[in-house]
Design a protein around this ligand. Sequence first.
Ligand code: FRU
Length: 493
Amino acid sequence: MHGQLERAQRANDDLRQTRNDRWYPAFHLAPAAGWMNDPNGVCYYQGRYHVFYQHHPYGPTWGPMHWGHLSSADLLTWRHEPIALAPGDEVDADGVWSGSAVVSDDDTLMVYYTGHRWRNGVDQTEGNLQVQCLAESTDGIHLDKKGVIVEGPADLLHFRDPKVWQQDGIWYMVFAASSADERGQIWLYTSTDMRTWEFDRILFEDPDPDVYMIECPDLFRLGDRWVISYGPMSKGTPKGYGGRNGHNTGYVVGEWKPGEAFTQLTDYRPADWGHHFYAPQTFAAPDGRRIMFGWMGGFTLPLASQAEDGWSGQLAVPREVSVGEDGRLRFTPLPELEQLRSETVDFGSFEVGVDETRVLLADAGPVEIELVVNLADSTSEQVCLDVHKTSPAHFTRVAYDDLASRVVLDRGTNSATDRGYRAAPYDGGDQLVLRVFVDRGSVEVFVGDGAETISSLSFPPDGPRAIELSSVSGSIRVESLKIHRLGSIWGQE
Ligand code: FRU
């Protein structure tokens, strides 16, 4: 098995030498080279935070899955670690798929993942053969595979993505299954020794009969509520603002107690309204924060960075998750990110006249923008914040649309490949508060208290990247505007 890991690492290193960095993130987690999808095994172990991830090291496209690995002492500065798991054993012949990691009472890192095989040995047309597996580590770097801990029922085509946690001395595992009648379900198992697992119940079935599978389920407690986040895969064509992506992620909030059924209290709601936010995974940090990492990437469209740049996929900035009185989640960028601010340009308060455009920065690298607008004193149809603007025709627009009452992220003609816009509902009242993170290849918007977020990849053409603010058929009263230049998360390697 060691030979395999080393070969994969060499493939990764070769790719890395040819990596083009025009869109490579300064402050988002990404593979050193090759392909990344879901965050896996996010945890805190022996003084470091670990984020493993679905990784194909031989090229910037999805392929036989490995687990890549990133680690950090402070959730701010990160380093690439050696590849942690490679496929090729009998039960994971075609891939080491998603899973999670927890620390045992005797300080071993217990890693749960899906061993994946294609039923026909080639592709997914006849479904998958999937089992839940265990690997153990005593240093957080080297993982020893220990084999299967939950066999897959012979007739189920999807059976994957274990997420484990401990509560009152019992270990719990949820994972996703597509039932015999093709309903998307979450199955719950329990264990006292972390190695032998017993079926408890089917904890959740998506009420939408078109949903045949629920990817990457996560069940976690916030106060007296329980949240299930998941990626519903539907036979239908989801419509509207929340359903445009090939893969969409959302959540429901409810109540749950060990030994009981889950009671759903809210409808499904998107976890993010952008083009690229999928397969998120949370963990409880030692200080009690519930922190979520989500994948910014896509299976369905070619991404610009795949074509020539040697890498693909990144993780959205880590978000602290909480639940509001209204039953909606709030997503807040970790305050650690503020330490990346190297210089702040403070524009103070000012008015943008009717149909006026202000160039805020003529050439901006990675930045965070904090904008507060008094909507009661503004008449503009839109508040347009254009970023990644390399020419009059090429920019990504973050806008508050007063007619539609939505916050919009419109990639217009910017993206070298997939374009399109996305929009989140706005009910934030007269004070519009936006935090916008602009990295080399992405834009993430946090609206107000974080009830809505919009995360999308954005691949600007070459050239200086301006930031502009403009009004449309009316004026804008800016209460405050700051742009923070951000440093890099990539520390010594
Ligand atoms: C979600 C997913 C998971 C699976 C993994 C394979 O993006 O399809 O369900 O375990 O990716 O890479």
